[in-house]
Design a protein around this ligand. Structure first.
Ligand code: NAD
Length: 292
Protein backbone atom coordinates (compact mmCIF):
# COMPACT_ATOMS: atom_id res chain seq x y z
CA UNK A 1 0.00 0.00 0.00
CA UNK A 2 1.28 3.47 -0.81
CA UNK A 3 1.57 6.75 1.04
CA UNK A 4 -0.22 9.22 -1.23
CA UNK A 5 -0.55 13.01 -1.31
CA UNK A 6 -3.65 14.20 -3.19
CA UNK A 7 -4.02 17.84 -4.24
CA UNK A 8 -7.32 19.11 -5.67
CA UNK A 9 -10.32 17.43 -4.07
CA UNK A 10 -13.10 18.78 -6.31
CA UNK A 11 -15.87 17.02 -8.22
CA UNK A 12 -13.38 14.47 -9.58
CA UNK A 13 -10.48 14.57 -7.11
CA UNK A 14 -12.71 14.09 -4.04
CA UNK A 15 -14.14 10.70 -5.05
CA UNK A 16 -10.82 9.58 -6.58
CA UNK A 17 -9.02 10.25 -3.28
CA UNK A 18 -11.81 8.43 -1.41
CA UNK A 19 -11.37 5.39 -3.68
CA UNK A 20 -7.62 5.36 -2.98
CA UNK A 21 -8.43 5.32 0.75
CA UNK A 22 -10.96 2.51 0.19
CA UNK A 23 -8.25 0.50 -1.63
CA UNK A 24 -6.11 0.67 1.53
CA UNK A 25 -3.76 3.51 0.67
CA UNK A 26 -2.76 6.19 3.16
CA UNK A 27 -4.01 9.45 1.62
CA UNK A 28 -3.21 12.99 2.79
CA UNK A 29 -5.39 15.50 0.96
CA UNK A 30 -5.00 19.21 0.31
CA UNK A 31 -7.51 21.54 -1.34
CA UNK A 32 -7.75 25.31 -1.50
CA UNK A 33 -11.17 25.28 0.16
CA UNK A 34 -11.15 23.41 3.46
CA UNK A 35 -14.62 21.76 3.24
CA UNK A 36 -13.30 19.34 0.58
CA UNK A 37 -10.46 18.30 2.90
CA UNK A 38 -12.95 17.66 5.71
CA UNK A 39 -14.90 15.38 3.35
CA UNK A 40 -11.74 13.33 2.67
CA UNK A 41 -11.13 13.03 6.42
CA UNK A 42 -14.72 11.77 6.82
CA UNK A 43 -13.90 9.21 4.10
CA UNK A 44 -10.85 7.97 6.05
CA UNK A 45 -8.04 10.14 4.68
CA UNK A 46 -5.96 12.69 6.56
CA UNK A 47 -5.93 16.47 6.25
CA UNK A 48 -3.00 18.46 4.89
CA UNK A 49 -2.98 22.21 5.32
CA UNK A 50 -0.54 22.92 2.48
CA UNK A 51 0.96 21.36 -0.64
CA UNK A 52 4.15 20.77 1.35
CA UNK A 53 2.27 18.84 4.03
CA UNK A 54 0.41 16.69 1.48
CA UNK A 55 3.64 15.84 -0.35
CA UNK A 56 5.88 15.19 2.69
CA UNK A 57 7.01 11.55 2.61
CA UNK A 58 4.56 10.63 -0.16
CA UNK A 59 5.53 7.88 -2.59
CA UNK A 60 2.84 9.03 -5.01
CA UNK A 61 1.47 12.55 -5.48
CA UNK A 62 -1.79 13.03 -7.36
CA UNK A 63 -2.92 16.41 -8.69
CA UNK A 64 -6.48 17.00 -9.96
CA UNK A 65 -6.69 20.72 -10.66
CA UNK A 66 -8.75 22.82 -13.09
CA UNK A 67 -6.28 24.18 -15.66
CA UNK A 68 -2.65 24.43 -16.86
CA UNK A 69 -1.76 27.53 -14.76
CA UNK A 70 -3.08 25.77 -11.63
CA UNK A 71 -0.85 22.75 -12.27
CA UNK A 72 2.13 25.00 -13.01
CA UNK A 73 1.59 26.91 -9.74
CA UNK A 74 1.00 23.83 -7.58
CA UNK A 75 3.74 21.64 -9.09
CA UNK A 76 6.44 24.08 -10.24
CA UNK A 77 5.78 26.92 -7.78
CA UNK A 78 8.26 28.02 -5.11
CA UNK A 79 6.50 26.06 -2.37
CA UNK A 80 5.08 23.47 -4.76
CA UNK A 81 5.14 19.72 -5.22
CA UNK A 82 8.62 19.51 -6.76
CA UNK A 83 10.11 21.64 -3.98
CA UNK A 84 8.93 19.10 -1.41
CA UNK A 85 8.58 15.70 -3.12
CA UNK A 86 11.01 12.99 -2.13
CA UNK A 87 13.42 11.54 -4.72
CA UNK A 88 11.91 8.71 -6.71
CA UNK A 89 8.35 9.79 -5.96
CA UNK A 90 5.72 9.43 -8.67
CA UNK A 91 3.77 12.53 -9.73
CA UNK A 92 0.45 11.60 -11.36
CA UNK A 93 -1.30 14.64 -12.81
CA UNK A 94 -4.89 13.72 -13.65
CA UNK A 95 -5.94 17.30 -14.53
CA UNK A 96 -6.80 18.08 -18.16
CA UNK A 97 -4.10 20.52 -19.27
CA UNK A 98 -2.12 21.50 -22.37
CA UNK A 99 0.20 18.72 -23.67
CA UNK A 100 3.13 21.17 -23.84
CA UNK A 101 2.59 22.09 -20.17
CA UNK A 102 2.56 18.37 -19.28
CA UNK A 103 5.90 17.95 -21.07
CA UNK A 104 7.38 20.92 -19.22
CA UNK A 105 6.17 19.52 -15.88
CA UNK A 106 7.73 16.13 -16.73
CA UNK A 107 11.09 17.76 -17.59
CA UNK A 108 11.12 19.80 -14.36
CA UNK A 109 10.16 16.69 -12.38
CA UNK A 110 12.99 14.66 -13.95
CA UNK A 111 15.47 17.31 -12.81
CA UNK A 112 14.28 16.67 -9.23
CA UNK A 113 14.37 12.88 -9.73
CA UNK A 114 10.59 12.73 -9.59
CA UNK A 115 8.86 10.48 -12.16
CA UNK A 116 5.95 12.33 -13.73
CA UNK A 117 2.96 10.97 -15.61
CA UNK A 118 0.20 12.91 -17.32
CA UNK A 119 -2.87 10.81 -16.59
CA UNK A 120 -6.04 12.69 -17.55
CA UNK A 121 -9.29 10.85 -17.08
CA UNK A 122 -12.65 10.43 -18.77
CA UNK A 123 -15.98 9.23 -17.44
CA UNK A 124 -17.12 12.16 -15.34
CA UNK A 125 -18.29 12.25 -11.74
CA UNK A 126 -20.23 8.93 -11.86
CA UNK A 127 -17.15 6.96 -12.95
CA UNK A 128 -14.95 8.90 -10.50
CA UNK A 129 -17.31 7.74 -7.74
CA UNK A 130 -17.40 4.13 -9.03
CA UNK A 131 -13.63 4.02 -9.54
CA UNK A 132 -14.12 3.04 -13.18
CA UNK A 133 -12.57 6.00 -15.01
CA UNK A 134 -10.82 5.68 -18.34
CA UNK A 135 -7.25 6.91 -17.85
CA UNK A 136 -4.93 7.88 -20.71
CA UNK A 137 -1.35 7.95 -19.50
CA UNK A 138 1.71 9.67 -20.95
CA UNK A 139 5.24 9.22 -19.59
CA UNK A 140 8.04 6.68 -19.21
CA UNK A 141 7.10 2.98 -19.28
CA UNK A 142 8.72 2.27 -15.87
CA UNK A 143 6.79 5.12 -14.24
CA UNK A 144 3.57 3.78 -15.78
CA UNK A 145 4.31 0.29 -14.44
CA UNK A 146 4.95 1.75 -10.97
CA UNK A 147 1.66 3.68 -11.05
CA UNK A 148 -0.58 0.89 -12.36
CA UNK A 149 -1.57 -0.32 -8.89
CA UNK A 150 -2.73 3.07 -7.59
CA UNK A 151 -4.40 3.93 -10.90
CA UNK A 152 -6.31 0.64 -10.63
CA UNK A 153 -8.07 2.04 -7.55
CA UNK A 154 -9.59 4.89 -9.57
CA UNK A 155 -9.90 3.53 -13.09
CA UNK A 156 -11.08 0.52 -15.10
CA UNK A 157 -9.51 1.29 -18.49
CA UNK A 158 -5.91 2.36 -17.97
CA UNK A 159 -3.75 2.69 -21.06
CA UNK A 160 -0.18 3.87 -21.56
CA UNK A 161 -0.49 5.91 -24.76
CA UNK A 162 3.07 7.23 -25.18
CA UNK A 163 5.69 9.60 -23.78
CA UNK A 164 5.08 12.70 -21.63
CA UNK A 165 2.23 14.79 -23.02
CA UNK A 166 0.67 11.93 -25.00
CA UNK A 167 -1.99 11.36 -22.34
CA UNK A 168 -3.08 14.99 -22.69
CA UNK A 169 -3.12 14.74 -26.49
CA UNK A 170 -5.46 11.74 -26.28
CA UNK A 171 -7.60 13.58 -23.71
CA UNK A 172 -7.89 16.54 -26.11
CA UNK A 173 -9.21 14.13 -28.75
CA UNK A 174 -11.63 12.79 -26.12
CA UNK A 175 -12.95 16.29 -25.43
CA UNK A 176 -13.35 17.00 -29.15
CA UNK A 177 -15.46 13.85 -29.56
CA UNK A 178 -17.55 14.52 -26.42
CA UNK A 179 -18.31 18.15 -27.35
CA UNK A 180 -19.35 17.16 -30.87
CA UNK A 181 -21.53 14.37 -29.47
CA UNK A 182 -23.28 16.67 -27.02
CA UNK A 183 -23.85 19.28 -29.75
CA UNK A 184 -25.47 16.74 -32.07
CA UNK A 185 -27.50 15.18 -29.26
CA UNK A 186 -28.78 18.68 -28.41
CA UNK A 187 -29.74 19.30 -32.05
CA UNK A 188 -31.51 15.91 -32.21
CA UNK A 189 -33.49 16.67 -29.05
CA UNK A 190 -34.63 20.08 -30.32
CA UNK A 191 -35.51 18.41 -33.63
CA UNK A 192 -37.58 15.68 -31.95
CA UNK A 193 -39.34 18.20 -29.69
CA UNK A 194 -40.21 20.44 -32.66
CA UNK A 195 -41.86 17.43 -34.33
CA UNK A 196 -43.79 16.60 -31.16
CA UNK A 197 -42.12 13.19 -30.82
CA UNK A 198 -42.09 11.45 -27.41
CA UNK A 199 -38.43 12.15 -26.62
CA UNK A 200 -38.20 9.45 -23.96
CA UNK A 201 -39.18 6.80 -26.50
CA UNK A 202 -37.05 8.47 -29.17
CA UNK A 203 -33.88 8.50 -27.05
CA UNK A 204 -34.56 4.96 -25.91
CA UNK A 205 -34.53 3.55 -29.43
CA UNK A 206 -31.71 5.81 -30.62
CA UNK A 207 -29.60 4.47 -27.75
CA UNK A 208 -29.94 0.91 -29.10
CA UNK A 209 -28.68 1.69 -32.60
CA UNK A 210 -25.65 3.24 -34.25
CA UNK A 211 -26.61 6.65 -32.82
CA UNK A 212 -26.18 5.23 -29.31
CA UNK A 213 -23.22 6.53 -27.31
CA UNK A 214 -21.83 6.90 -23.81
CA UNK A 215 -22.81 10.58 -24.09
CA UNK A 216 -26.41 9.65 -24.90
CA UNK A 217 -26.49 7.13 -22.02
CA UNK A 218 -24.99 9.56 -19.49
CA UNK A 219 -26.63 12.80 -20.60
CA UNK A 220 -29.72 12.08 -22.73
CA UNK A 221 -32.37 11.86 -20.01
CA UNK A 222 -30.92 14.78 -18.04
CA UNK A 223 -30.87 16.96 -21.16
CA UNK A 224 -34.48 16.00 -21.92
CA UNK A 225 -35.41 17.06 -18.37
CA UNK A 226 -33.23 20.21 -18.54
CA UNK A 227 -31.18 19.12 -15.50
CA UNK A 228 -27.94 20.99 -15.93
CA UNK A 229 -26.22 20.72 -12.51
CA UNK A 230 -22.51 19.82 -12.95
CA UNK A 231 -20.97 17.23 -13.57
CA UNK A 232 -18.48 18.74 -15.94
CA UNK A 233 -18.73 22.52 -16.13
CA UNK A 234 -19.06 24.24 -19.49
CA UNK A 235 -16.21 26.57 -18.52
CA UNK A 236 -13.91 23.54 -18.20
CA UNK A 237 -15.00 22.23 -21.60
CA UNK A 238 -14.36 25.71 -23.01
CA UNK A 239 -10.82 25.44 -21.60
CA UNK A 240 -10.47 22.00 -23.23
CA UNK A 241 -11.66 23.21 -26.64
CA UNK A 242 -8.94 25.87 -26.41
CA UNK A 243 -6.42 23.07 -25.83
CA UNK A 244 -7.80 21.14 -28.83
CA UNK A 245 -7.62 24.17 -31.09
CA UNK A 246 -4.08 25.13 -30.06
CA UNK A 247 -2.84 21.55 -30.46
CA UNK A 248 -4.54 21.22 -33.87
CA UNK A 249 -2.93 24.47 -35.04
CA UNK A 250 0.45 23.30 -33.73
CA UNK A 251 0.15 20.20 -35.95
CA UNK A 252 -1.01 22.27 -38.96
CA UNK A 253 -4.47 20.74 -38.83
CA UNK A 254 -7.98 22.02 -39.29
CA UNK A 255 -10.87 20.57 -37.29
CA UNK A 256 -13.94 22.28 -38.75
CA UNK A 257 -16.63 20.51 -36.72
CA UNK A 258 -14.60 20.96 -33.55
CA UNK A 259 -14.18 24.65 -34.28
CA UNK A 260 -17.92 25.12 -34.70
CA UNK A 261 -18.78 23.35 -31.47
CA UNK A 262 -15.97 25.27 -29.70
CA UNK A 263 -17.68 28.50 -30.75
CA UNK A 264 -21.03 27.29 -29.40
CA UNK A 265 -19.40 26.33 -26.10
CA UNK A 266 -17.68 29.75 -25.97
CA UNK A 267 -21.02 31.49 -26.56
CA UNK A 268 -22.66 29.53 -23.72
CA UNK A 269 -19.85 30.55 -21.37
CA UNK A 270 -20.06 34.19 -22.53
CA UNK A 271 -23.78 34.15 -21.82
CA UNK A 272 -23.14 33.16 -18.21
CA UNK A 273 -23.69 29.38 -18.37
CA UNK A 274 -20.09 28.40 -17.57
CA UNK A 275 -20.94 26.88 -14.20
CA UNK A 276 -23.59 24.56 -15.71
CA UNK A 277 -22.90 21.04 -16.93
CA UNK A 278 -21.63 20.83 -20.53
CA UNK A 279 -24.95 19.23 -21.49
CA UNK A 280 -26.34 22.79 -21.12
CA UNK A 281 -25.09 23.28 -24.67
CA UNK A 282 -28.71 22.28 -25.31
CA UNK A 283 -29.74 25.75 -24.04
CA UNK A 284 -27.62 27.32 -26.79
CA UNK A 285 -29.06 25.11 -29.55
CA UNK A 286 -32.60 25.75 -28.23
CA UNK A 287 -32.04 29.52 -28.28
CA UNK A 288 -30.52 29.46 -31.78
CA UNK A 289 -33.77 27.86 -32.91
CA UNK A 290 -35.91 30.48 -31.19
CA UNK A 291 -37.47 27.85 -28.97
CA UNK A 292 -37.70 27.54 -25.22
P1 NAD B 1 -13.29 21.19 -9.62
O1 NAD B 1 -13.23 22.65 -9.83
O2 NAD B 1 -14.52 20.58 -9.03
O3 NAD B 1 -12.04 20.71 -8.72
C1 NAD B 1 -10.79 21.34 -8.69
C2 NAD B 1 -10.38 21.47 -7.24
O4 NAD B 1 -9.06 22.00 -7.19
C3 NAD B 1 -11.28 22.43 -6.45
O5 NAD B 1 -11.75 21.78 -5.29
C4 NAD B 1 -10.36 23.62 -6.12
O6 NAD B 1 -10.65 24.19 -4.86
C5 NAD B 1 -9.01 22.94 -6.12
N1 NAD B 1 -7.90 23.85 -6.38
C6 NAD B 1 -7.77 24.76 -7.38
N2 NAD B 1 -6.59 25.39 -7.29
C7 NAD B 1 -5.96 24.87 -6.21
C8 NAD B 1 -4.71 25.10 -5.61
N3 NAD B 1 -3.88 26.03 -6.09
N4 NAD B 1 -4.38 24.38 -4.52
C9 NAD B 1 -5.22 23.45 -4.02
N5 NAD B 1 -6.43 23.17 -4.54
C10 NAD B 1 -6.78 23.88 -5.63
O7 NAD B 1 -12.97 20.55 -11.05
P2 NAD B 1 -13.19 19.02 -11.52
O8 NAD B 1 -14.49 18.95 -12.24
O9 NAD B 1 -12.89 18.09 -10.39
O10 NAD B 1 -12.06 18.94 -12.64
C11 NAD B 1 -10.68 18.82 -12.32
C12 NAD B 1 -9.92 18.50 -13.60
O11 NAD B 1 -10.41 17.28 -14.15
C13 NAD B 1 -10.08 19.56 -14.71
O12 NAD B 1 -8.88 19.69 -15.41
C14 NAD B 1 -11.17 18.98 -15.58
O13 NAD B 1 -11.09 19.47 -16.91
C15 NAD B 1 -10.88 17.49 -15.47
N6 NAD B 1 -12.02 16.58 -15.67
C16 NAD B 1 -13.23 16.83 -15.10
C17 NAD B 1 -14.29 15.94 -15.31
C18 NAD B 1 -15.67 16.18 -14.74
O14 NAD B 1 -16.62 15.49 -15.19
N7 NAD B 1 -15.86 17.07 -13.78
C19 NAD B 1 -14.08 14.78 -16.08
C20 NAD B 1 -12.82 14.53 -16.59
C21 NAD B 1 -11.78 15.43 -16.39
Amino acid sequence: MSKIGFIGLGIMGGPMAANLVAAGHEVAGYNRSRAKVDQLVADGGTAASSVAEAVAGAEVVFTMLPDSPDVEAVVLGEDGVLAHAQRGALLVDCSTIRPDTARRVAEAAAQREVRALDAPVSGGEPKAIDGTLSIMVGGAADAFAAAEDVLGAVGATIVHVGPAGAGQTVKAANQLIVAGNIGLLAEALVFLEAHGVDTEAGLDVLGGGLAGSSVLNAKGAKMRDREFGPGFRLELHHKDMGIVQAAAREAGLTAPLGTLVAQLVAASVAQGDGALDHSALLKQITQLNGRS
